[in-house]
Design a binder for this molecule. Structure first.
Ligand SMILES: Cc1cc2nc3c(=O)[nH]c(=O)nc-3n(C[C@H](O)[C@H](O)[C@H](O)COP(=O)(O)OP(=O)(O)OC[C@H]3O[C@@H](n4cnc5c(N)ncnc54)[C@H](O)[C@@H]3O)c2cc1C
Length: 406
């Protein structure tokens, strides 16, 4: 077994690191996120096994006008990032064509089907079973028409290993009691789940990685290509794995790959949990494109897809809108709010990139997990470990090859 250097210690890098250590490799993770500010630790915490249809679809394209931020929706196209989102949008349109979309569904469905078993196996092995809660989630509506259409749409949708059914009378009453006006409709999913606390998850994964003999190197990782081999400056490793979220683009493009990835920026506000029920699974307020998640001692409201540059300043209007949603709905969430913005690493076909480089013989990659990186991290880690071992992965990896953008 050889030595492997991983660039990126978000949820994908840490899960891969643990899996590779368990397979007998020596592993070092190089990560420069000292504070835990990456997307992995600020997301909605939802193990979204139901999201089996890639977002690059004609129905998503048709719904774009109603989803714009200026019309009250979640979607933002900052003018300063036009050079990013125009080429991304053109590629997305191509990926949304029916044949491409069907191929995307075929690729994503088995990955998502394996995601909950991969999570439960991982947390059991690291002694942190309580971090995965398999209690489904709710979607609700306040308007009669939105409830009718939303419910019909979910009941007719492909939801993979998750099941969806009408919320019971008691559940609807409990959800209505959380808001200042009664809900007009709600559905409950089963088979989906949540991470009980993202801060605790980060600690548990880092601890498990160190206990298995891994090394965490707190620095920025730079790649150096010499001939057909790549190395991480300052790290002695035979093989290199790039799991650097949205910043994988610069690393992979340095080695000669084309990576048309964009930062899909999302926002959250968090407050002390106080009156939000401790055992309530995530609740999606679909008319406001907002998901509220209870963590151990905090409650979080998250939303927005802003197609932009990873390092551009956050737009405070997004946080203000989230805080307004909370107030208008009358939710029992009181400030002061802690505000956060993070980047989903998204490729235009909304499939991840998992594979072995054709440009450097010792380079592997796992990034681009878009809205599903938390959900897919442990199953991705398994696929990476099979690849590195030279075994046949449990799922075909061809749809995730980054050369699809060459
Ligand atoms: C608002 C929001 C809500 C979301 N909700 C969900 C959800 O409910 N469920 C779900 O499944 N997914 C969700 N996601 C998506 C999910 O968070 C991401 O897909 C996932 O976190 C990506 O993980 P990652 O490890 O690839 O990248 P990251 O979390 O970005 O981690 C990458 C790490 O690499 C480090 N790094 C990068 N470059 C270098 C370098 N050169 N040297 C050293 N270190 C480097 C970074 O500092 C960082 O620590 C959400 C995202 C957002 C923004």
């Amino acid at each position: 077994m050889g030595s492997i250097g991983i660039v990126g210690g978000g949820v994908v890098g840490l899960c891969a690191g643990i899996e590779l250590l368990e397979a007998g490799h020596q592993v070092a993770i190089v990560d420069d996120d000292a504070e835990g500010g990456a997307a992995s630790w600020g997301n909605a915490g939802h193990i979204a096994v139901e999201q089996v249809e890639p977002l690059a679809s004609m129905s998503m394209v048709r719904s774009l006008p109603q989803r714009l931020f200026m019309r009250g929706g979640p979607l933002g196209f900052p003018p300063s990032a036009i050079g990013e989102w125009v080429p991304f949008g053109l590629r997305l349109l191509a990926a949304a064509r029916p044949g491409q979309f069907r191929n995307g569904c075929k690729a994503l469905a088995p990955l998502l089907a394996g995601s909950m078993p991969a999570w439960t196996s991982l947390v059991d092995r690291i002694g942190a079973s309580e971090l995965v809660r398999q209690d489904g989630h709710f979607v609700l509506w306040h308007g009669e028409r939105a409830a009718r259409e939303g419910r019909a749409s979910w009941l007719a949708s492909e939801t993979g290993t998750a099941r969806v059914h009408d919320a019971t009378q008691a559940e609807s009453e409990m959800l209505s009691a959380l808001c200042k006006s009664p809900v007009a409709g709600a559905v409950r999913f089963s088979g989906s789940g949540q991470i009980a606390d993202l801060g605790e998850l980060r600690q548990a994964l880092r601890k498990a990685f160190l206990e298995r003999g891994g090394a965490l190197v707190a620095q920025r990782g730079e790649l150096r290509l010499t001939g057909s081999r790549v190395e991480i400056g300052g790290v002695d490793a035979e093989q290199v794995l790039v799991c650097a979220g949205v910043r994988s683009r610069e690393l992979m493009e340095y080695t000669g790959h084309k990576v048309p990835m964009i930062a899909e920026r999302g926002y959250h506000v968090r407050a002390d949990a106080q009156d939000w029920p401790a055992d309530l699974p995530p609740v999606v307020f679909e008319e406001r494109a907002m998901i509220v998640t209870r963590y151990r001692s905090e409650v979080q409201a998250a939303s927005f897809v802003e197609l932009g540059k990873a390092d551009a300043p956050a737009n405070p209007r997004k946080w203000e809108r989230l805080e307004r949603h909370v107030a208008e709905l009358g939710l029992p969430i009181a400030g002061p709010f802690r505000r956060w913005m993070g980047c989903r690493p998204t490729l235009p076909d909304y499939l991840p990139a998992i594979g072995r480089s054709t440009k450097a013989s010792n380079l592997y990659y796992a990034f681009g997990h878009q809205h599903l990186g938390l959900t897919l991290a442990p199953i991705t880690a398994r696929l990476v470990a099979s690849m590195v071992a030279g075994e046949q992965p449990a799922l075909p990896l061809a749809p995730f090859d980054i050369q699809r953008f060459a």
